[in-house]
Design a protein around this ligand. Structure first.
Ligand SMILES: *[C@@H]1O[C@H](CO)[C@@H](O)[C@H](O)[C@H]1NC(C)=O
Ligand SMILES: *[C@@H]1O[C@H](CO)[C@@H](O)[C@H](O)[C@H]1NC(C)=O
Ligand SMILES: *[C@@H]1O[C@H](CO)[C@@H](O)[C@H](O)[C@H]1NC(C)=O
Ligand SMILES: *[C@@H]1O[C@H](CO)[C@@H](O)[C@H](O)[C@H]1NC(C)=O
Ligand SMILES: *[C@@H]1O[C@H](CO)[C@@H](O)[C@H](O)[C@H]1NC(C)=O
Ligand SMILES: *[C@@H]1O[C@H](CO)[C@@H](O)[C@H](O)[C@H]1NC(C)=O
Ligand SMILES: *[C@@H]1O[C@H](CO)[C@@H](O)[C@H](O)[C@H]1NC(C)=O
Length: 335
């Protein structure tokens, strides 16, 4: 999806990288200095307290081998929570809504003092911290006897293919031993080696070469542990950091094509918390044209709509009613 999403990255950066590699390198060296400080930033981030998890009950607990399913949501974005609840209820999944960090969270305020102002926006720092807290919680919950379990992490602005549970179930067991991360939705990801082609469904699993978004992925508990160590100093948006690890073959990522999860387009009724975009501006259109060209050049398959959207079938009225009944604590009293 283009210029999209709460945790989506700003595309013009990649264009800047291409046009001005030298400037990039020089400024990179200059502006990374604060990141060399001794502070281990992840030490500020504590695992979720049990009381913060907001469960949605359903009869399907697993997507493939992955369970539990988490959805990261800012308590103040109740509009997105309604849709997430409706989405999960329509699929009859068991999931947990977990709170995202906002730019006003005390932890983010402290981490901001160390932020690389040129390459990481405050909102992107909050996004990194939200995923980091998820990984830390997963690791904290993992016993050493059972250190190879999978979880699903969704952001709150997605739509899913209605057959997602069955398609995930159809993936061969072996892939869960081979991959570190499996992307259900991928952005601007040119497919690499074909790993698996379903005979029943049109879906294929590829090695992911450039998975530049974090709205829907399965993660193994020992991958989470790896990322806590490798990504403890956020210098770039989180998806860029992960791509770098994939490039360096420190991570093996797979992605499902066509995607099972897409991000909803950012609009007036669905504003992004990360990127404020003026879609009328000339700059936007120039960036979009260059971006589209680069995508085509890289062999990215266009990210079309889902075959059968779950949100289209979802009952928002029911979700709003359900939220009124069951929300409590931070979910009810957000300000
Ligand atoms: C930072 O702290 C976390 C949590 O205490 C720890 O797991 C991680 O290994 C540390 N990272 C580095 C680079 O020291
Ligand atoms: C979900 O299931 C748990 C455990 O069975 C139960 O305690 C809880 O009340 C249920 N929540 C809702 C909202 O139905
Ligand atoms: C982290 O894990 C330990 C041991 O499993 C547990 O006692 C503790 O409550 C967990 N912490 C949180 C915040 O869940
Ligand atoms: C951690 O594990 C406990 C016990 O299995 C569970 O109740 C809790 O929801 C888990 N916490 C997270 C953050 O998944
Ligand atoms: C995972 O568990 C296995 C045994 O169950 C153990 O041999 C291995 O060292 C553990 N790995 C980590 C990273 O803790
Ligand atoms: C879309 O769904 C229909 C009905 O289930 C199915 O026959 C068709 O193969 C699907 N097409 C794609 C592109 O997934
Ligand atoms: C949506 O849910 C509401 C409340 O549960 C119910 O009254 C309504 O009939 C549902 N709408 C559809 C189209 O199922």
């Amino acid at each position: 999806m283009i210029f999209n999403g709460r945790c989506g990255k700003k595309r013009h950066r990649s264009i800047v990288f291409i046009l001005f590699p030298t400037i990039f390198l020089v400024t990179n060296v200059l502006f990374n200095v604060p990141n060399n400080s001794l502070l281990n930033q992840t030490q500020l981030i504590k695992p979720f307290d049990q009381s913060l998890l907001f469960p949605i009950n359903g009869s399907i607990k697993y997507l493939g081998k992955a369970c539990p399913i988490y959805i990261i949501n800012l308590p103040s974005r109740s509009d997105r929570r309604t849709e997430s609840v409706a989405l999960i209820q329509t699929l009859d999944l068991q999931a947990f809504i977990v709170p995202a960090y906002s730019i006003h969270s005390p932890e983010i305020y402290i981490l901001n003092q160390n932020r690389n102002k040129l390459f990481l926006k405050l909102t992107e720092l909050a996004c990194w911290a939200s995923h980091m807290r998820m990984w830390i919680s997963i690791v904290n919950n993992t016993s050493s006897q059972n250190n190879n379990t999978w979880s699903i992490i969704f952001e709150d602005d997605i739509d899913l293919e209605i057959d997602t549970p069955y398609i995930m179930q159809s993936l061969p067991y072996s892939i869960w031993n081979d991959a570190d991360l499996i992307y259900l939705g991928h952005c601007a990801n040119p497919p690499g080696k074909l790993i698996y082609q379903s005979s029943k469904y049109i879906y294929r699993l590829y090695q992911a070469l450039h998975p530049s978004c974090t709205h829907a992925y399965a993660i193994r508990s020992n991958t989470a542990e790896k990322l806590i160590n490798l990504l403890s100093k956020p210098s770039r948006p989180i998806d860029d950091l992960i791509i770098k690890l994939v490039d360096n073959q420190q991570l093996i990522a797979y992605s499902i094509h066509p995607p099972l999860a897409i991000q909803k387009l950012v609009s007036k009724t669905n504003p992004s918390d990360v990127n404020q975009i003026n879609r009328q501006s000339l700059m936007y259109h120039i960036q979009l044209t260059i971006y589209t060209f680069i995508q085509w050049w890289n062999g990215v398959q266009p990210c079309k709509a889902l075959n059968k959207s779950t949100l289209k079938k979802a009952n928002l009225t029911k979700a709003i009613y359900w939220r009124k009944m069951y929300e409590k604590g931070i979910w009810k009293n957000y300000t």
